[in-house]
Design a protein around this ligand. Structure first.
Ligand code: BJW
Ligand code: ZN
Length: 252
């Protein structure tokens, strides 16, 4: 297993880099992760709430979870890990940031090109007419929220709004997934940060990259199913490790 200095040189010497992030990168901003200690909301697991079935059964419960998360994220600031990735993008010719996160903290840190595999916490989509809008209101005045769009008849649509995110059993946005797979296939270095690497298809991207010849570097607070398969793995906080890894240095 390579050390931090070697991984730093791989990054400094690469022209094509892809990064996959998960909830762990936002943990130091105070945004709760999904799995592991502190990963539960009330007594629910994400697998109980992040599904179309849960929403159909109890939209208000699911919306209470999302409304709470929106309020947490609205008060959060990007951390040193987000900022280091924005810096890495600025100095890399071909850089792709792929995130499973819906919090928008990468964009707020200055990352310009972000592929959002699991959607966005601030987008609301009508289950009736399909209209989408971005709404940063926290908390939402009515749970579950309803669609206020005027139909041709002049009446309000009134359809149930849902969060514009990807739940279990739903397809990922085809464009973003396609671009993510292409980035994984051409990357010289693939960095995986703050993800338990259990949710598919995102968790397969680092393996696709490795098969295509990339060096894969993992940063996570604890070992994951990827740890044994990567070229370098660093256990710790991304807000501390990423700035060290991205530090400008001698080009390899
Ligand atoms: C730190 C840290 C610090 C803490 N620094 N680290 C193939 C095989 C088996 C199953 C499937 C398969 N293909 C598809 C499936 C089904 C399913 C799936 O993967 N299931 C598995 C769980 C078994 N996948 C899907 O359904 C996907 N759709 C799909 O594939 O469609 C086609 C299809 C459908 C059905 C069958 C077959 C094909 C959709 C997945 C959607 C996931 N959605 C969610 C919710 C999004 C909206 C929201 O945010 O509410 O996405 S679930 C949740 O998990 C969220 C996350 O993005 C995702 C991943 O979690 P993440 O980011 O890894 O977080 P954690 O909490 O798990 O881990 C954080 C890590 O950070 C931890 O390890 C910590 O240690 C670490 N950490 N602090 C560094 N400071
Ligand atoms: Zn509507």
């Amino acid at each position: 297993m390579a050390d931090l200095e070697s991984a730093r040189r791989w990054l400094a010497g690469a022209e094509r880099i892809a990064v996959l992030t998960g909830a762990g990168i936002s943990a130091e901003s105070g945004v709760p992760i999904f799995r592991g200690p502190g990963g539960l909301w009330r007594q629910y697991r994400p697998e109980d709430l992040a599904t179309p079935g849960a929403f159909a059964r109890d939209p208000r419960l699911v919306w209470e979870w999302y409304d709470w998360r929106r309020s947490v994220v609205a008060q959060a600031e990007p951390n040193a890990g987000h900022l280091a990735l924005a810096e890495l993008e600025r100095r890399t010719k071909d850089f792709t940031l792929i995130t499973q996160n819906v919090d928008g903290l990468h964009e707020r840190a200055g990352s310009r090109r972000v592929l959002k595999l699991h959607g966005d916490l601030w987008t609301l989509r009508c289950t009736g007419c399909g209209a989408e809008r971005v709404d940063g209101t926290v908390p939402l005045p009515e749970l579950p929220p309803r669609c206020a769009l005027r139909l041709r008849s002049g009446q309000a649509c009134g359809g149930l709004l849902r969060p514009g995110v990807v739940w279990f059993g739903e397809s990922l946005p085809a464009d973003a997934l396609e671009q993510a797979m292409a980035a994984a296939a051409r990357a010289q270095v693939f960095l995986v940060v703050g993800t338990s690497a259990v949710v598919q298809p995102a968790a397969s991207l680092p393996l696709m990259a490795r098969q295509a010849g990339a060096r894969v570097v993992e940063i996570n607070a604890e070992p994951t199913p990827l740890t044994e398969l990567v070229d370098a793995s660093f256990l710790g906080k991304s807000g501390e490790l990423l700035p060290r890894l991205v530090e400008a240095g001698v080009r390899a």
